[in-house]
Design a protein around this ligand. Structure first.
Ligand SMILES: [Mn+2]
Length: 329
């Protein structure tokens, strides 16, 4: 970190070089191939802007870090004539030259942060950054009650907007009727996944007319806001295990509302908690024994954790399901 790559820009070949170096640095920072292309394109635009208006200048590339996030910073400096009207220069389609690219507004659109400083007669400095957002990694494991063809425990893992909706649904009892109720509830969660968690509970309630009830744990993890909202109804478990044990409670337990969904309208309350890098959320049905958290290794992957819980902590007298989600790179 902190190492800068300074690239002179005075000819077309320099633009190509800056582009390639920017792509390489983005790869080092862990950006996907598609994101590398976006960053290279933004570098191209500001490097061409230097050639077009100032004839020569410099592009400075570096890795940057902000809390949990990593990214790439691109600074373009020239001592050219400067931009007399920045507002106008940032409008699409505006160009005093006969360039073709999307120019500065194009670069701004491609990056997460964009700052332009320009003094007529002295030059222009463009500073832009692209951040790698953390992701939600998920896994689950399930084990039906021995002798039953179908499990009454189901889960949903679905990308919704920028985040991920996760749910563990346990149809009351076990066997085919429990499975039918759980399928109806999960189908409803899937269909109305963009609605609020409280509305989703109502949707499940409506979908369960004439069927058995279900209990469920529901959470929406938003990697950009770094928050999780969750709720529970009935006998279902949820824990948030903190990756960083310093200064914070190392564990938060989901407090589920009493009852179940399907008979009376449930009115659960949602709770929001901030997420930090490496935090791990586990939702589980009551076929899993309580108290497994102490035995977990948070260095394991979500799938390893799910497999471990389903192998070692199943009660054996009910269907069992465990869902693991982690906020990580
Ligand atoms: Mn159960």
């Amino acid at each position: 970190m902190g190492d800068e790559l300074r690239l002179p820009i005075a000819a077309d070949v320099d633009v190509v070089e800056a582009r390639q170096q920017g792509r390489a640095l983005a790869a080092v920072a862990g950006f996907s191939s598609g994101e590398q292309t976006v960053i290279a394109a933004a570098i191209s635009e500001i490097a061409r802007n230097i050639l077009m208006y100032a004839k020569k200048g410099e592009i400075i590339l570096s890795l940057v870090q902000n809390g949990d996030r990593q990214g790439v910073a691109v600074v373009a400096i020239d001592q050219g004539p400067g931009i007399p009207d920045i507002g106008r220069a940032m409008q699409y389609g505006y160009s005093t030259s006969h360039g073709v690219g999307a120019g500065l507004p194009g670069a701004k659109r491609l990056m997460d942060e964009f700052d332009l400083q320009s003094t007529p007669g002295q030059g222009t400095t463009v500073t832009m950054k692209k951040w790698r957002h953390l992701k939600i990694h998920t896994a689950f494991a399930t084990l039906p009650l021995p002798g039953q063809a179908e499990s009454g425990d189901l889960c949903l893992i679905k990308r919704v907007g920028k985040g991920t909706l996760i749910a563990v649904v346990d149809g009351l009892g076990h066997g085919q009727e429990a499975a039918s109720a759980a399928h109806a509830a999960v189908g409803s969660l899937d269909r109305y996944s963009r609605e609020s968690l409280v509305d989703l509970v109502r949707r499940c309630h409506e979908a369960l007319v004439g069927l058995r009830g279900v209990v469920l744990g529901l959470a929406y993890l938003d990697p950009q806001a770094a928050t999780m909202t969750w709720l529970g109804v009935g006998n279902v478990g949820g824990i948030l295990l903190r990756a960083d044990l310093g200064n914070r409670p190392s564990r938060i337990t989901l407090v589920a509302s009493a009852g179940f969904i399907g008979a009376e309208q449930a009115h659960p309350t949602t709770r929001s908690v901030p997420l930090a890098l490496g935090d791990t959320v586990i939702l589980f049905s009551d076929g899993i024994k309580d108290g497994f958290a102490e035995s977990l290794m948070l260095s394991n992957t979500p799938q390893e954790i799910a497999d471990f819980v389903i192998t070692r902590h199943v009660k054996g007298n009910d269907d069992a399901l465990v869902l693991v989600a982690r906020y990580a790179r």
